[in-house]
Write a protein that binds this ligand. Structure first.
Ligand SMILES: *[C@@H]1O[C@H](CO)[C@@H](O)[C@H](O)[C@H]1NC(C)=O
Ligand SMILES: *[C@@H]1O[C@H](CO)[C@@H](O)[C@H](O)[C@H]1NC(C)=O
Ligand SMILES: *[C@@H]1O[C@H](CO)[C@@H](O)[C@H](O)[C@H]1NC(C)=O
Ligand SMILES: *[C@@H]1O[C@H](CO)[C@@H](O)[C@H](O)[C@H]1NC(C)=O
Ligand SMILES: *[C@@H]1O[C@H](CO)[C@@H](O)[C@H](O)[C@H]1NC(C)=O
Ligand SMILES: *[C@@H]1O[C@H](CO)[C@@H](O)[C@H](O)[C@H]1NC(C)=O
Ligand SMILES: *[C@@H]1O[C@H](CO)[C@@H](O)[C@H](O)[C@H]1NC(C)=O
Ligand SMILES: *[C@@H]1O[C@H](CO)[C@@H](O)[C@H](O)[C@H]1NC(C)=O
Ligand SMILES: *[C@@H]1O[C@H](CO)[C@@H](O)[C@H](O)[C@H]1NC(C)=O
Ligand SMILES: *[C@@H]1O[C@H](CO)[C@@H](O)[C@H](O)[C@H]1NC(C)=O
Ligand SMILES: [Cu+2]
Length: 602
């Protein structure tokens, strides 16, 4: 199955000595798959197969992905970690740089890859990638700084049996889930399957590219009996760093060098294990540990993984890039606080400070292109609910992100690798989260690590900086797909004047908008007459009535349910175990259809 996938997805490469064009023709459609061997389900396949094939190119190549959408829903592709320098229109997030590609349409991604390392691609249309539309993107480097014998990748992922759109609409972003408890995955996957037997040769150094293509849960990974060296994170080469365990959030990549034993008599388990702190409950059926084997001898035993009692992983904050640069000095700072809270429809949303992202009517890049030049530099026109910031060309931009939430959030910035200036530890106290104080900084490394996806610790903060040297509209968002659906995103309009000079949106991109009936000019409200008039723009639901809390919603929902069932009013205020309550309410509510469209709002 896997072999045929690769053959089907094979690239038609126009061979030439130097840079070449690598084209993938992908017909995207619904197929079925059962990667955890527990449940067969519909998934998004490519050319009639699943998993979608890896993309493999070399630095300097032109990559063309010619996507034909044969799903019964829109689609898009984002090439995660690609700078898209000069080709912002190829970045992929819907309503940021392009319209959703409607069913039946064809859409061409076409750009030059001018970087190296381990990346991935995934749909950036709602929660579609969680339905399986994602895969590795490997950029080979003809001048690698390390010696090794073989180049191999390993994808990690969480996996759901239910359709992601169903989960968002019916279980997650709804009045029945006022605390915003995320859907719990059913299993972990390695390389989109179970029981991976990685055939290894003795006395051999492997370069292993570990890529978390999951939708929600971070995973620990370790290899029994084998230490390794970290050499790359998110496309950035780092000084070799010995480690024995990694913590890989969704969207992060780690490339390691792993040297095998000098004997072949024993096979060794390697494990991935969910970060259970991210889950609101732990169903008995959940397979949160997944084992593979370094297979030296196929006839030898495949032992069970040893149980460990501590996850002692290497803290990526201390990695040092090979290309050393001191902290860039910030010209401007954006400060935001991550908040999870309810709005008047009872669902739980995610905010930067007081604003949850609601997609504009016009893709933001198309607003940049269609606005009067003198107005394209004004953040107002990009909407009051898009967390829009206009950045000046050449500035060093600092983002200070405080976490007013008890969760771990892996944040991703499109179009850049950023310097990690500071990252605080977690705080146990929800009421007293640690916020950044510029006059009293914490640890700052001499040569800060750079990457494109960084986790924020519970109730802690991080400070990152990047150079606004890549004109484009770039999304900055939590990569937990559920949290993105809750609105945890910011739109950075980097150097709009230079965008207008440098970017050309090709005809098929406009055609996708027309075919789908989407607006493609005007401000965030699709107003083309007066760009400052946002009348009719999409905005977040009204706030809850004052004094209303998640606990109150549970009580209200439950009282409605009890009334409906003729059981009279039951007071749930003061319940100590809100999560249990919410769970019970959700169960009861499951039998009573509630009209709820919030899952379709983004
Ligand atoms: C893209 O793929 C479609 C269908 O597979 C094909 O008809 C079309 O010619 C391709 N376009 C290009 C530019 O290669
Ligand atoms: C890709 O872009 C290049 C450069 O703009 C152009 O010459 C080429 O025709 C494009 N290819 C496709 C299939 O769109
Ligand atoms: C993961 O799958 C890919 C594609 O089949 C394969 O090339 C690679 O060797 C696998 N990795 C491991 C560690 O088995
Ligand atoms: C094999 O590896 C072991 C453990 O690393 C080492 O002690 C031993 O000297 C090695 N043997 C040979 C023949 O290299
Ligand atoms: C590994 O290399 C060592 C040292 O060169 C050698 O003695 C040993 O036989 C090799 N092991 C295998 C299985 O080839
Ligand atoms: C999963 O692995 C961890 C780490 O070894 C262990 O603590 C835990 O008990 C395992 N859980 C199950 C269900 O095997
Ligand atoms: C958020 O707060 C700012 C500043 O107080 C205000 O201008 C803005 O309208 C608020 N946004 C929302 C969505 O409430
Ligand atoms: C932008 O320029 C146009 C045409 O000169 C003018 O009508 C408009 O008022 C200007 N907008 C602003 C915000 O200055
Ligand atoms: C976090 O806590 C650890 C253990 O106490 C400490 O070594 C480390 O320096 C702290 N990190 C920061 C950024 O404060
Ligand atoms: C984009 O390209 C320009 C040169 O055209 C370069 O100065 C800049 O550093 C590049 N930015 C990124 C993020 O690669
Ligand atoms: Cu998040």
């Amino acid at each position: 199955m896997r072999l045929s996938t690769i053959l089907l997805g094979a690239a038609t490469a126009a061979a030439s000595v130097a840079a070449k064009t690598v084209q993938y023709d992908w017909v995207v459609s619904t197929v079925t798959a059962n990667p955890d061997d527990l449940y067969e389900r519909d998934v998004v396949g490519v050319n009639g197969a699943w998993p979608p094939p890896p993309i493999v190119v070399e630095k300097g190549d032109r990559l063309i992905v010619n996507m034909t959408n044969k799903l019964d829903q829109p689609a898009s592709i984002h090439f995660h970690g690609m700078y898209q320098n000069g080709t912002n229109e190829m970045d992929g997030p819907v309503f940021v740089t392009q319209c959703p590609v409607p069913s039946g349409s064809n859409f061409i991604y076409n750009f030059t890859v001018d970087q190296v390392g381990s990346y991935w691609y995934h749909s950036h249309y709602k929660a579609q990638y969680v339905n399986g539309f994602r895969g590795p993107l490997i950029v080979k480097d003809p001048d690698e700084p390390w010696d090794y014998d073989e180049d191999v990748y390993l994808t990690l992922s969480d996996w759901y049996h239910d359709d992601a759109f169903y989960l968002v609409k019916n279980e997650f972003l709804t009045l029945r889930n006022p605390t915003g408890a995320e859907p719990i995955p059913d299993a972990g996957l390695m390389n989109d399957t179970q029981n991976v037997k990685w055939k290894v040769e003795p006395n051999t150094t492997y370069k292993l590219r570990i890529i978390n293509i999951g939708g929600f849960v971070s995973q620990y990974i370790w290899f029994e009996g084998h230490d390794f060296e970290i050499v790359e994170v998110d496309g950035i080469y780092v000084e070799n760093q010995k480690a024995s365990m990694l913590y890989v959030t969704v969207a992060q990549r780690y490339t390691i060098l792993l040297t095998t034993k000098n004997t072949t008599d024993e096979n060794f388990p390697f494990m991935i294990s969910f970060d259970l702190n991210m889950l609101d409950n732990l169903p008995d059926t959940l397979q949160y540990n997944t084992t593979g084997w370094l297979t030296y001898d196929e006839d030898a035993d495949f032992p069970d993984a040893a149980v460990i009692d501590e996850f002692d992983f290497y803290d990526d904050f201390y990695l040092v890039p090979l290309e050393k640069e001191e902290p860039w000095e910030a010209d401007t700072t954006i400060t935001a606080t991550v908040i999870m809270d309810n709005l008047g429809d009872g669902a739980n949303y995610a905010f930067f400070s007081n604003e949850t992202y609601v997609a504009p009517k016009v893709p933001t890049l198309m607003t940049v292109m269609s606005a009067p030049e003198n107005e394209s530099t004004n953040a107002w026109i990009y909407g009051s609910n898009t967390n829009a910031h206009v950045l000046e060309y050449g500035d060093v931009v600092e983002i200070v992100l405080n976490n007013g939430d008890t969760g771990t959030h892996p944040f991703h910035l499109h179009g850049h690798a950023f310097q990690v200036i500071e990252r605080s530890n977690a705080s146990d106290s929800d009421d007293d989260f640690i916020t950044y104080d510029a006059s009293n900084p914490g640890i700052i490394n001499e040569y800060p690590m750079r990457r494109d996806t960084l986790y924020l610790r519970p109730n802690g903060y991080f400070v990152i900086r990047f150079k606004a040297n890549n004109p484009g509209v770039w999304f900055f968002h939590c990569h937990i797909e559920w949290h993105l659906e809750q609105g945890l995103a910011m739109t950075l309009i980097e150097a709009p004047t230079e965008i207008r000079e440098r970017i050309t949106i090709p005809d098929d991109h406009w055609a996708a908008c027309k075919a789908g009936g989407y607006s493609y000019e005007g401000n965030a409200a699709a107003n083309t007459e007066n760009y400052f008039d946002l009348t009719g723009e999409a905005v977040q639901p009204d706030p809850l009535p004052a004094g209303f809390t998640a606990r109150g919603i549970v009580a209200m929902v439950f009282s409605c349910v009890s009334a409906f069932l003729g059981m009279g009013f039951i007071t749930w205020y003061g319940m100590s175990e809100l999560k249990t309550t919410e769970h019970e309410v959700a169960q009861v509510m499951g039998e009573i259809p509630l009209d709820d469209e919030s899952g379709e709002s983004k």
